[in-house]
Design a protein around this ligand. Structure first.
Ligand SMILES: [Zn+2]
Length: 318
């Protein structure tokens, strides 16, 4: 193969994962090929390059382009004006080296869910003293207005760009969620739990954070998930149906997913609810519905379920 294409075997193995010996850890890779960084792809003469990337690859740190979770295969924005997003990818990779990809996969998705929930809190309904909501919403809104400018939503909307807007804070929260030490504190006695809630509160800009039994995915995670193993990806590239079919890699957007995307873009242009887009995106499904979640009839029901607790924090309700 190498002789035929004239490329070194190392290059081929990184492009064609199936040639690797020993075979790759498929679970660590996304199941859908996606478009990567514009500059990296520019070195390839044959047009857009589809790659199967690991779950922890969100940014090309070399060229500072957002790659993001697989979406409609839109090119991600350049991150010149948001260097903190590039820095977050480096932190994310350090977390993977320290805790292993399964713990960090779960932690980053859980953190995306937590931030998206906070972003979705309507400013009018939010407690005026709730500084964390206001401050975070402001930062995330600014980034999202840069990545998806007002009045261009129909052309520039993509869920992936909204993930970019909350990525730095999500990685900061994920550092706690992936850490066995912090997980033990979250599952510990009142004093240990209070150390955890203070730390996560600081990281969310809310030093007085207290778990609530409603609309609080952190409280749900403390009660239901922190003492259980991380949730794995639902499928792998190797297990995805038809991945060996010739032409599968030449991914084109199907008509139905294009229609779904256009509807979402229209809805977003009328009513910007970025947190909601992220909560409903398939990327975070594995942590919204976990193996031990109470089955719900609708996905909205599952989201509500992932934000409440059964008994532990009811005393704190006001
Ligand atoms: Zn690149």
């Amino acid at each position: 193969m190498s002789a035929l294409t004239g490329r070194p075997p190392g290059h081929l193995a990184s492009a064609l994962l199936e040639l690797r010996d020993p075979p790759p850890t498929w679970e660590a890779f996304r199941h859908t090929p996606q478009i990567g960084c514009l500059r990296c792809d520019a070195r390839h003469p044959g047009g857009p390059v589809f790659r199967v990337l690991p779950h922890h690859r969100y940014v090309c740190t070399r060229h500072r382009y957002w790659i993001g979770p697989p979406d409609i295969n839109d090119r991600g924005p350049h991150l010149e004006i948001a260097p903190e997003v590039v820095a977050a990818q480096r932190w994310h990779l350090r977390l993977v080296r320290r805790h292993g990809w399964p713990a960090v996969y779960d932690a980053v998705l859980t953190a995306f869910m937590i931030c998206a929930n906070l972003w979705d809190k309507n400013v009018d309904e939010a407690d005026p003293d709730d500084g964390a909501v206001a401050l975070n919403q402001m930062v995330w809104n600014v980034r999202s207005y840069v990545f998806i400018s007002p009045h261009t939503e129909r052309q520039t909307f993509s869920a992936s760009r909204l993930f970019a807007a909350i990525y730095p804070e999500a990685v900061s929260i994920a550092a706690l969620i992936a850490s066995p030490t912090w997980r033990r504190l979250a599952a510990g006695d009142d004093k240990q739990l209070s150390r955890f809630t203070t730390e996560i509160g600081w990281r969310l800009g809310d030093p007085y954070y207290q778990p609530r039994s409603e609309h609080d995915p952190i409280a749900h995670w403390i009660e239901q998930d922190c003492w259980r193993p991380p949730s794995p990806p639902p499928t792998t590239f190797a297990a995805a149906p038809g991945h060996r079919r010739p032409g599968h890699l030449a991914t084109t957007v199907t008509r139905s997913s294009q229609t779904r995307h256009d509807k979402a873009a229209l809805w977003f242009s009328r009513k910007r609810r970025p947190g909601r887009v992220i909560l409903f995106h398939r990327t975070v499904h594995p942590v919204v519905i976990r193996e031990w979640s109470i089955p719900m009839e609708t996905f909205s029901g599952a989201i509500r379920q992932s934000q409440c607790t059964t008994y532990r924090f009811t005393d704190n309700e006001t």
